[in-house]
Design a protein around this ligand. Structure first.
Ligand code: C2E
Ligand code: CA
Ligand code: CA
Length: 525
């Protein structure tokens, strides 16, 4: 449950972080390009100013026509507010008449590797309320509105560090915000970079005209901070979605595990068939009948569930009656097909104690006989020893017998009824449980009990069918003690109807031979 809640939550947050990171990369890249464009423009202007003014021959830089040229350049530029000729840090002359002459603009805040000087905040006496930035190269200075150099981008991205990074033995930075030297590594390679470096998204865009890079960095906490609420929402919905998925899976697997639901559905869909296991006459070796054993046709990939599991389960769930109805329905379809090929072949059906007691067994048997028109003595009903212990068992068995069917007592000796108790019932056959069939060939105590059961059965005029005959020794041992019929893997396993029909002709007419010879047959799989 914890995993179901935690995994989608973490995946959701990780995905969100990834998108936040991608967004931050985009933002840093866009800003660094904007910074680069403005810096390129400004420095191009500075370069053009110093080239134009420097190219004016040998005349003094503050000559009247040179100042007029300065005024013209300012007028033509959307960026420039003034141009000045510097003498050290003092203005020698400017495009603004004499208003700036002799003004000391102080030491530059930054000097680039190529000698470009930058004053980021200059206040001129003629306009004390305005702030300018100044850049100077080769004795000429240009003045711009302070925000027109790097400052505009600052407003766009208040969390960012942005400015110009100059490569060199120790990289220089001109701009705003804190700088981690790790952000400016590898500038010599002059390749654009947008990646995470030292806890920030760093975008570096090299200028194609100058040696600097525009740099914009966004610290991780800043871009994740924007996502804080979304992270919460994603976290909580992720956990809820995970729990929901978990609940659905859990509920479905519970459903899959619920044998009762599966049985109910299988009964409703009639996912069952009868398999027939031959019963042989030990004297002739011929097949005389078959026991119908219920099989569950399971969905593809589902584990097989045998009748030893689902029949007791159906009884617990109160579905035993539905299964009995199913068995008799299936028998009603199969018996006429078998009878058409083997008119004297009997079919033996198992009846659970509850159906014996409720009278349902009798009703089903009667209907089966009516619908198929089958000779009742070719229908055997197998009742377990447990069925004999039910209160009204005697009457119910009488009722069944009155229909003309044969009654076999199944698994005798595995329950608690005494041999003497058996004498009080009117029965036709006793099926010797495989425990005793297999014990009769041994030397142990089971052999003694098995022999007693067989002898008692004979004294009660009951025919014995030995179940679970797997070896020739077992076949010979039961035969020696007067058992007339046998059933077991030595003769054949329970098979679907079509296979029974295929093997019937051979089973019905075995070549004349002794029981030993019959017993030596290779068991069918
Ligand atoms: P059962 O009536 O005693 O059926 C005999 C069981 O022994 C069958 O198991 C059969 O496959 C198995 N068997 C047959 N020959 C041999 C052998 O040589 N060696 C061994 N080791 N086993 C052998 P199956 O088919 O699994 O049936 C188990 C039990 O389920 C049946 O025991 C019976 O009690 C019950 N059952 C099966 N079909 C029905 C049915 O239609 N209605 C009712 N009420 N119970 C049924
Ligand atoms: Ca049986
Ligand atoms: Ca049995």
């Amino acid at each position: 449950m914890l995993v179901a809640a935690v995994v989608p939550t973490f995946m959701g947050i990780a995905l969100l972080d990834y998108f936040a990171f991608e967004r931050a990369k985009n933002q840093a890249q866009t800003v660094s390009k904007a910074v680069l464009k403005r810096a390129d423009d400004v420095l191009t202007q500075l370069w053009e100013v110093s080239r134009t003014l420097g190219d004016m021959g040998n005349s003094p830089p503050c000559a009247a026509f040179a100042r007029a040229e300065m005024g013209k350049l300012v007028l033509q530029s959307p960026l420039l507010r003034a141009i000045a000729v510097l003498d050290g840090s003092r203005v020698a002359c400017s495009s603004l008449g004499h208003s700036m002459d002799k003004v000391d603009i102080g030491q530059p805040d930054f000097v680039s590797v190529r000698g470009v000087k930058v004053w980021s905040d200059v206040v001129l006496p003629a306009a004390p309320n305005l702030h300018y930035s100044a850049l100077a190269d080769g004795g000429y200075a240009i003045f711009l509105n302070r925000g027109d150099f790097l400052g505009a981008a600052e407003l766009l991205a208040p969390h960012m560090t942005l400015g110009l990074a100059y490569p060199g033995t120790a990289a220089q930075f001109l701009g705003s915000g804190n700088v981690d030297p790790a952000w400016m590594e590898g500038l010599e390679d002059r390749v654009p970079v947008t990646e995470e470096r030292a806890g920030a998204v760093v975008a570096l865009t090299p200028s194609s005209k100058f040696s600097f890079f525009a740099m914009a960095t966004l610290p991780k906490h800043a871009y994740l901070h924007d996502m804080a609420l979304t992270r919460w929402i994603v976290g909580v919905t992720g956990a809820l979605a995970g729990l929901l998925v978990f609940t659905v899976i859990f509920w479905q697997s519970r459903r899959a595990l619920d044998l009762r639901t599966q049985l109910q559905r299988a009964i409703h869909n009639r996912d069952f068939y009868l398999a027939y296991q031959p019963i042989v006459d030990l004297r002739s070796g011929a097949w005389v009948g078959a026991e119908a054993l219920l099989r569950w046709r399971r969905p593809l990939g589902a584990e097989a569930i045998g009748p030893d599991i689902f029949i007791p389960a159906a009884e617990r769930f109160g579905l035993s009656g539905d299964l009995a109805t199913m068995v008799f329905d299936l028998a009603r379809q199969d018996i006429p097909v078998i009878a058409a090929q083997a008119p004297d072949f009997y079919v033996s059906l198992n009846l659970a104690p509850s159906e014996l007691c409720s009278g349902k067994g009798r009703a089903l048997t009667q209907r089966l006989l009516e619908v198929t028109g089958r000779d009742p003595k070719l229908l055997f009903i197998e009742l377990t020893e447990r069925g004999l212990l039910e209160q009204n068992a005697k009457e119910r068995i009488e009722e069944l017998r009155a229909l003309g069917v044969r009654i076999a007592i199944d698994d005798f000796g595995t329950g608690y009824s005494s041999l003497a108790y058996l004498a009080s019932f009117s029965l036709d056959y006793l099926k010797l449980d495989k425990l005793f069939t297999q014990g009769i060939a041994d030397k142990g105590p089971r052999r003694t009990v098995a022999i007693q059961i067989v002898e008692l059965a004979r004294s009660l005029d009951l025919d014995v069918i030995a179940e679970g005959v797997e070896t020739t020794e077992q076949a010979m041992a039961v035969s020696t003690h007067g058992v007339a019929k046998a059933q077991g893997w030595l003769y054949g396993r329970a098979v679907p109807l079509d296979e029974l029909l295929r093997r019937l002709p051979e089973g019905l007419r075995p070549p004349p031979r002794a029981p030993q010879a019959i017993a030596q047959e290779v068991p069918a799989s």
